[in-house]
Ligand binder design. Sequence first.
Ligand code: IPE
Ligand code: IPE
Ligand code: MG
Length: 258
Amino acid sequence: MSKKKQSSDASPAVLPAHIAIVMDGNGRWAKKRMMPRAAGHKAGVAALKKIIESASEAGIKCLTVFAFSSENWNRPEREVAILMDLFVSSIKKYLPELQQAGVVLRFIGDRSVFSDKLKASLQQAETSTQNNNFLNLNIAMNYGGRWDITEAAKKMLQDTSSGAVAAEQINESLFSEYLSLADLPAVDLFIRTGGEHRISNFLLWQCAYSELYFTDVLWPDFNGQELKQATQWFSSRQRRFGRTGEQVEEDAVSEHTK
Ligand code: IPE
Ligand code: IPE
Ligand code: MG
């Protein structure tokens, strides 16, 4: 991965400022190959590594991926343990390269229940990359969109109780400042691999106006070409944000002739 490769000649006309991905299908990928689910998760990490490179090369500034949902604790204990170990070993393995590439790593979700080892590894990864300024890579672990909103409400309530915020000041903009990723743009493009058409409690607030892209490709098979297809599809969408199609076209013409 090289910083130099990021260029403005990325092919899609309109690049999403922020892409969120539900990396689904690791288990089925492994099953198809008569391999244990753990092998699918390992292949999933390798796929993520490649996608980080492809996204950087395409000029994407923010990428948020779902690695473990607050509901994934419902899986067999052994699979959860394997995933937790994989998180620690993958961070150790890839951190130097990510650091070198200028990636800013951030983890979102409730980490209070993680082992001390995993907590320390997340902290170290964040601290050592915080002054980078290339790609913002956010990894959601023990994350849930409802958890995020509830936490934000709790923090805002604390500020209201202490007098730092007056109840009359509360609006969507103020509330969103308490959410994870408040400093980043809203998610433009939401991708889910693995064929399911659901959000599974990922970034609920942040995806309010995302374009939703679903593909049957299983996550370990998702590659730069697939990402390109998704971003090309994105650039063909007309984003109206409540306006009419005609209004959007007129605005595009006047922007063009400015
Ligand atoms: C996504 O792949 C990875 C995690 C949830 C950790 P899955 O493990 O859900 O794969 P499938 O859906 O069983 O194929
Ligand atoms: C969502 O995938 C979470 C991650 C990709 C980490 P799941 O495979 O767990 O989602 P559901 O439960 O089938 O909706
Ligand atoms: Mg799944």
